[in-house]
Design a protein around this ligand. Structure first.
Ligand code: MSP
Length: 511
């Protein structure tokens, strides 16, 4: 469907409860989903948990639990993350669900039928932590143990019968696909990494394991468990009820618009996934966008390093919208970023409390004292008003293009500039000195209210709770926010009553 937008987060391993890195992926995906909805798209936003494989089996064993019981428990904390983070996801998929098993088996059967899979023997390294096969040149020794050069996770030697996917056969088709779809992998640096990896030569990929049981069985050979990444990647199809299309979800939303992922799982998404799909005769997704890591200090968070940042702790202290705002503004999208308390407090005090919150309060209390909370009935724009209003029309297409190329920092930057402009406008126009010129006073207040309305619409995908509180001034509710109204200079109805709102953000002491 032309007007549809399908965005996914990676499905998370329920091996431990969610941390800030997971929260980051989900918040960014939520931002895009909300933006496309107010742009008028039919959106499907998917997240979920990746529950099979040796990593989860071992984590369950460590707790003395059955893998399914273990997954039920931890998957619930990821499920709850949707309300904790105010995510607007349309679905939450678990790979232990029947609909998923059906899709994975179906995809496997297609690949087998098309002769893309054969039985042989795997002899090589495997990292349970990454659920990845590594070749000899991707391994190094650390403290006497073999580890992956990139992820530093321990690898084990594996020798067992395995099914292989004919990945090598797809090398040239993949390179052609990257050429034909230059924005398939973003950012550009990541694309270059992938292209050189593929050019360096692809080997056939082991896609089944025999030595453990926690997973989906190969339909034609019950001794084999389907490789957890082939299983997991298929979630993007199974949530659309692939291969059935009773409810038209698959027709409407496939190929996915964006798979949002972290840079550590790029190869699986940008090489293996399109290869599986091309081999099965299914269209690959339109884009893989790989973001950086949220670092704790200088390092990636991990359970083994004990440096996990808990998003719920931060939300308890500072609130959800400040955290969302911080992550979307301060982390340069595509690069690594860290959580700095000082910067978070600065976002709250300066951008949110001062520039946004105070602007709303000043304009509203002036409206209350002087115009009886009624939108002025007569207005006549002058150049100084049109200068601040017309910026929105002038930047409208650019803003949409920035979002469609995932340049979200530019979008946030535009909002910051408009907050600055709106505050400056209100100060410079000095409505308190225009009480003897009602037409001018009315026009200034109309313009100021218009700016608050537009900025709140722009902020809605970032800080939905707060933006909705502000939009209540104008009786605008969540399902009647339209992005294309941001450039309508006379959107607000004259003589309409407006509402007051409580203080939005309290300033935080920096101790
Ligand atoms: N289960 C796989 C994904 C399968 S998708 C078909 C997986 N799970 S994960 O829980 O380990 O990671 C999920 C996502 O979280 C990945 O995109 C990963 O990059 C991201 N993050 C994990 N730690 C992170 C940070 N510290 N910072 C930002 N994102 C990070 O991989």
């Amino acid at each position: 469907m032309e007007n549809s937008f399908y965005i996914t987060t990676p499905i998370y391993y329920p091996s431990a409860k969610p941390h800030m890195g997971h929260a980051y992926s989900s918040i960014v995906a939520d931002f895009f989903a909300r933006f496309k909805r107010i742009q008028g798209y039919k959106v499907y936003f998917l997240t979920g948990t990746d529950e099979h494989g040796l990593k989860i089996q071992r984590a369950a064993e460590k707790k003395g639990m059955q893998p399914k019981d273990f997954c039920d428990q931890i998957s619930k904390t990821f499920y709850d993350l949707s309300s904790d983070l105010n995510l607007s996801n349309d679905d939450f998929i678990r790979t232990t669900e029947q609909r998923h098993k059906k899709a994975v088996e179906h995809l496997w059967n297609i690949l087998e039928k098309k002769n893309e899979i054969y039985l042989s023997k795997y002899k090589g390294w495997y990292s349970v932590s990454d659920e990845a096969f590594y070749s000899e040149d991707e391994i190094e020794k650390a403290d006497g143990k073999a580890v992956s050069k990139v992820s530093k996770s321990t690898v084990e030697w594996v020798e067992e019968e395995s099914y292989f996917f004919k990945l090598s056969k797809w090398q040239n088709s993949l390179l052609k696909f990257f050429d034909d779809n230059p924005n398939f992998i973003l950012p550009e640096t990541r694309k270059n990494e992938v292209v050189s990896f593929v050019k360096s030569g692809l080997k056939d990929l082991s896609v089944s394991r025999k030595s453990f049981s926690w997973g989906i069985k190969v339909p034609s050979n019950n001794e084999h468990i389907i490789y957890v990444w082939l299983d997991a990647l298929t979630n993007y199809l199974s949530a659309l009820n692939f291969p059935d299309d009773k409810d038209k979800k698959y027709i409407d939303f496939w190929p996915a618009s964006v798979h949002l992922i972290g840079k550590d799982i790029l190869r699986f998404h940008a090489v293996y996934w399109p290869a599986f799909l091309l081999a099965a005769g299914i269209k690959p997704p339109k884009r893989i966008f790989s973001h950086g890591w949220i670092l704790s200090g200088e390092e990636k968070m991990s359970k083994s390093k004990g440096n996990i940042l808990d998003p719920l702790e931060i939300i308890k202290i500072y609130g959800l919208d400040p955290l969302r705002y911080y992550l979307l503004k301060e982390v340069s999208f595509g690069n690594d970023g860290s959580i700095s308390k000082e910067k978070l407090i600065n976002c709250i005090n300066s951008d949110l409390a001062n520039n946004y919150g105070n602007l709303c309060q000043r304009v509203l209390s002036f409206m209350e004292r002087n115009l009886n909370l009624t939108i002025p009935s007569e207005i006549k724009f002058e150049n100084s008003d049109l200068d601040v209003l017309n910026i929105y029309k002038e930047n409208y297409d650019t803003l949409i293009n920035e979002i469609d190329s995932q340049n979200l920092n530019k979008y946030v930057n535009f909002i910051q500039n408009q907050l600055f402009n709106a505050n400056k406008y209100f100060n410079d126009q000095e409505p308190w000195k225009k009480k003897d010129n009602l037409l001018r006073l009315g026009t200034i207040m109309y313009t100021s209210l218009e700016l608050i309305r537009r900025i709140s619409i722009l902020l809605y995908p970032i800080i939905p709770n707060t933006a909705l509180k502000v939009l209540k001034i104008f009786n605008i509710s969540e399902n009647n926010i339209h992005f294309n109204s941001i450039y309508l200079n006379e959107f607000l109805k004259k003589n309409d009553k407006i509402n007051t709102i409580p203080i939005l953000f309290k300033k935080v002491e920096n101790d």
